[in-house]
Design a protein around this ligand. Structure first.
Ligand code: ZN
Length: 206
């Protein structure tokens, strides 16, 4: 049986392309799209707004970064692109999620982490085919992704969903007003795990 095709909506795909462009420059981003034979992503989304960016395409973009820049270089770029994506994402979705309201910003950090994670997961669950579950214990937030676009149909020895790690790092930095948190992908579907799991320590490093 053929696996069904899952999608990110147009808006979210645009955010990834904007992130790539900011980190790599227009030429660098175009080179990645060209190498991945995904040049049409630059124009096509406008036509199929609700189902523009297939998970295959999202996964291929990240894999192409690793092919062009090596595993380490590609990982570094994907992390940076993820961080920048959060900034654009906040502009696009922040007010819908209630994250930019003063009342939210004034809450204690632990409450903001809890509510922020819930709202962010809800965005993916409602607007995309990606499924996110949030679990918490005293020390950690556990962000579990099923139907993960970043490692879609990939096989790897170690976790590869770096862009998701970057997005979460930047969201925590923003939520906490400039603190750094340990964020680590501990399980990945590409490695044979049942889901992609990103563990966030609730106590910042600095
Ligand atoms: Zn993944």
């Amino acid at each position: 049986m053929k696996t069904p095709t899952y999608y990110y909506p147009h808006k979210m795909g645009r955010i990834i392309l904007q992130g790539m462009e900011e980190v790599m420059g227009r030429n660098g981003a175009d080179a990645v799209l060209h190498f991945a034979s995904l040049d049409t992503l630059k124009t096509e989304p406008v036509v199929h707004a609700e189902s523009a960016f297939s998970f295959e395409a999202v996964s291929l973009l990240q894999r192409t970064l690793e092919q062009l820049y090596g595993p380490r270089g590609g990982r570094g770029l994907a992390l940076r692109i993820g961080r920048v994506c959060f900034k654009y994402g906040l502009r696009e979705y922040g007010s819908i999620l209630g994250l930019t309201e003063m009342a939210f910003r004034l809450l204690p950090l632990s409450t903001k982490l809890h509510l922020g994670a819930q709202a962010f997961a809800e965005l993916f669950n409602k607007d995309t085919d990606q499924r996110v579950r949030v679990d918490e214990n005293e020390q950690q937030i556990i962000w579990t992704i099923e139907h993960c676009p970043l490692c879609w149909e990939r096989k790897a020895e170690a976790p590869v969903c770096h862009m998701a790690v970057g997005v979460l790092q930047e969201s925590l930095y923003w939520l906490s007003g400039g603190k750094i948190f340990n964020v680590e992908e501990t399980a990945c579907i590409a490695r044979g795990d049942p889901a992609c799991t990103i563990v966030i320590d609730k106590i910042p490093l600095s």
